[in-house]
Design a protein around this ligand. Structure first.
Ligand SMILES: *[C@@H]1O[C@H](CO)[C@@H](O)[C@H](O)[C@H]1NC(C)=O
Length: 163
């Protein structure tokens, strides 16, 4: 029996390392910017519009800490397209629906299991007009989506359109 465990351990060390949980942080700020050529107060993630793309594997567990660095506004982030089948609705980000928003100067960790379906999803602010004020970005589940994609020269280009 002891020998069997030894062999099991040996083979386990040969497996490629897998990421147990995808962990990251998004810092939410009010800043002046002109993403559409007009200076205005925007809300961004990590100083950018769109915010950084989040890339995960199908079915991966995520823990995304939202740090609200705004002085006057609460925030929540909705993970658009995620089903939350295993984790329940509490990390869906619907402010005043599935959670109280994250107050200014504090942080909160969204924990959920992402969908099994590869493709391009998005995250965005889900309180007041924060989505149109700039808060959002791509949420990519890696994998083969070629059955749905058309051929493109020069590789993939990620475009984030807002109105
Ligand atoms: C956002 O910025 C924080 C702080 O610099 C950094 O730790 C984190 O990795 C960034 N998030 C992403 C998704 O790039």
């Amino acid at each position: 029996m002891q020998m069997a465990y030894t062999w099991l351990y040996f083979f386990a060390t040969l497996l490629p390392p897998t990421r147990a949980v995808y962990v990251t942080t998004l810092e939410i700020r009010h800043e002046f910017a002109s993403p559409d050529c007009v200076d205005r107060l925007v809300v961004n993630a990590n100083h950018s519009i769109p915010g950084p793309a989040i890339e995960v594997d199908p079915g991966e567990e995520v823990e995304i800490t939202i740090v609200n660095l705004m002085l006057s506004n609460a925030v929540s982030i909705h993970w658009h397209g995620m089903v939350h089948a295993d984790s329940g609705p509490w990390h869906d980000g619907g402010s005043m629906i599935t959670q109280c928003p994250i107050p200014p100067g504090s942080k909160w960790v969204y924990k959920f299991k992402v969908n099994e379906h590869p493709g391009l999803y998005q995250y965005h602010g889900h309180i007041g007009g924060m989505r149109v004020a700039g808060l959002g970005g791509a949420f990519i589940i890696k994998g083969d989506v070629s059955a749905f994609a058309s051929e493109a020269d020069g590789g993939e280009v990620l475009m984030h359109l807002k109105d």
